[in-house]
Design a protein around this ligand. Structure first.
Ligand code: SAM
Length: 509
């Protein structure tokens, strides 16, 4: 394991540290004390001392003994002292406490590494409290519990920061947002929160969106942060914030379109999940199929359906080039029936049982053999409106049946099931409208790994959108019928028609 990786070790170049200190000076003036919590070789303390000289006191902390020794031997004669300290063992409230309204500045660059990366590295460089942000169970399995070590550190530091203090830390923009959301959700905003974007590729040779994350210790009611294009307060780009319990990437656009935030009578579905593309996905070839192992496959057509992948949907391709073996109509359905209905298909599955039985995801455990996920009545709807979750564009595509068969989508696509071409075209029109596109863009952050998620799509009210676009009367009859694609027991918002007119009210079932 590389120690550099384990400790998220990217030392800040001195010119960048100087630029940061210059910006901080313009924001808060000279602090009484400068604290660098993971100081490394001390670039920030060095740049701070250059700027503020004897006007301030300079303390650093760092886990790596070699760095501590090197930095002290180079910087101690300038009044800069770095102590050997594990961040997770330190009493940050004690360290950052000040007399009266003295200004303490926390500045630096915490490690760039996630707990999952550390887990896979077998590292113990983690907070002792493992149930961070109370994420466990399903979230922990799906990666929502994957957090940057910096996220944990920044939260601890902000909690300990006196109200007269300020913090300026380099981190991923996603980390800064998560930290702000944590405070907006819990104990309120912080004054002057801002993300000053930096070019991480140029500075650290890492391809990630990063920033200088600045805020003051003082609490405030505002739940917004400003994004700046560079380390310059004149280069304001946008403002994001927390509105009604949700993070929005562009507060102004969101407010203008807020009526669209309301949930939908249609359910957004992820596509089919099988985790065995080599076996389950087939390419047609002269009356038979070829699987991903390049083997010819001759099976009955009962369980074979046309397939559009995320790359097709993302590029607007709607003619399927592949097929997929759909072994169930619902996740609970027993698969042994295939043996009698389609013996060649069963023989094919059995021939590849080693691969199918050893699929790693725990979701397949204690489920019918050769089973799949993301399957239900909605998968067999003749028409769909789909979007790829892997692309950064909100392009919604009408998916039509192919040779009388419903077309399946892969698990990185999201779709709405429709009963007819007219319904699918209407919904696609609504979704591709300028108002809808602006609304969705106001919610998502383009640097997220997966900007488009069902959480985002679910927030859009197709009814409010249709009303805004003057098409509610067209949509209303379809909404009622969309219930056909609901699984038993699923609850959802319903459209309630008022007598004689297509105005709407919502009730929970
Ligand atoms: C991204 S580097 C930045 C170093 C320095 N702040 C700078 O800007 O040049 C992160 C630093 O955090 C240190 N570090 C990692 N885990 C730590 C821990 N648990 N406690 C204290 N320092 C730690 C690493 O050794 C490394 O020097």
């Amino acid at each position: 394991m590389s120690a550099k990786k384990e400790f998220g070790d990217f030392q800040t170049p001195l010119p960048l540290a100087r630029e940061v200190i210059g910006l901080v000076d313009s924001l808060i003036g000279t602090p009484a004390r400068v604290v660098e919590p993971t100081a490394g070789l001390g670039a920030f303390l060095e740049a701070a001392e250059e700027k503020w000289g004897v006007g301030s006191v300079y303390n650093g902390y760092e886990i790596n003994t070699t760095y501590v020794r090197d930095a002290n031997s180079r910087l101690s004669e300038r009044g800069i002292f770095i102590g050997q300290q594990d961040f997770f063992e330190a009493d940050w409230r004690g360290i950052l406490s000040v007399a009266g309204s003295e200004k303490v500045l926390v500045v630096g660059n915490p490690p760039w590494v996630t707990n999952a990366e550390l887990g896979s590295l077998g590292s113990r460089n983690l907070p002792k409290k493992t149930n961070f942000q109370r994420l466990r169970g399903f979230d922990a399995n799906t990666g929502k519990a994957n957090f940057d070590i910096a996220e944990w550190m920044l939260i601890r530091l902000i909690e300990a920061l006196p109200s007269s203090g300020a913090m300026a830390m380099l981190c991923k923009t996603m980390t800064a947002r998560k930290v702000l959301r944590h405070f907006w959700k819990t104990d309120g905003g912080r004054k002057q929160a801002g993300l000053f974007l930096i070019d991480a590729k140029r500075q650290f040779d890492v391809s990630v969106d990063a920033c200088l994350f600045f805020l003051r210790g003082r609490h405030c009611a505002e739940q917004t942060a400003t994004v700046y294009a560079t380390l310059d307060t004149h280069k304001k780009l946008s403002e994001f914030g927390f509105v009604e319990g949700n993070l929005v990437s562009d507060g102004n656009s969101y407010k203008a379109l807020r009526d669209l935030d309301g949930g939908s009578p249609y359910t957004w579905r992820s596509g089919l999940k099988h985790d065995a593309a080599d076996i389950m996905e087939l390419t047609p070839a002269n009356g038979h199929y070829i699987n991903g192992l390049n083997q010819p496959v001759t099976i009955e057509s009962n369980y074979v359906f046309p397939l559009l992948k995320s790359s097709d949907i993302g590029n607007g391709r709607t003619i399927p080039r592949k097929f997929v073996l759909v072994t169930q109509q619902s996740t609970a359905e027993e698969t042994e029936v295939i043996r009698d209905v389609a013996p060649k298909t069963w023989a094919y599955l059995k021939a590849h049982a080693d691969k199918l039985d050893s699929r790693r995801s725990s979701i397949y455990r204690n489920r019918p053999r050769f089973g799949i996920f993301g399957i239900g009545a909605y998968s067999f709807a003749p028409w769909k409106v789909a979007i790829s979750g892997l692309y950064n564009t909100f392009r919604f595509v009408v998916v039509s049946p192919e040779a009388g068969r419903p077309v399946m989508l892969d698990d990185t696509c999201y779709s709405i099931a429709c009963g007819s071409k007219e319904e699918a075209c209407l919904i696609a029109d609504l979704l591709n409208s300028d108002a809808c596109q602006r609304f969705l863009r106001s919610l998502v952050f383009p640097d997220s790994k997966r900007p488009i998620t069902t959480d985002v799509l679910r927030r859009l009210s197709l009814v409010a959108l249709a009303r805004r676009l003057g098409r509610l009367e067209e949509l209303a009859p379809y909404v009622k019928r969309s219930e056909a694609y609901r699984d038993a027991g699923e609850t959802q918002l319903q459209l309630v028609m008022e007598r004689g007119k297509a105005s709407v009210a919502w009730v929970k079932e």
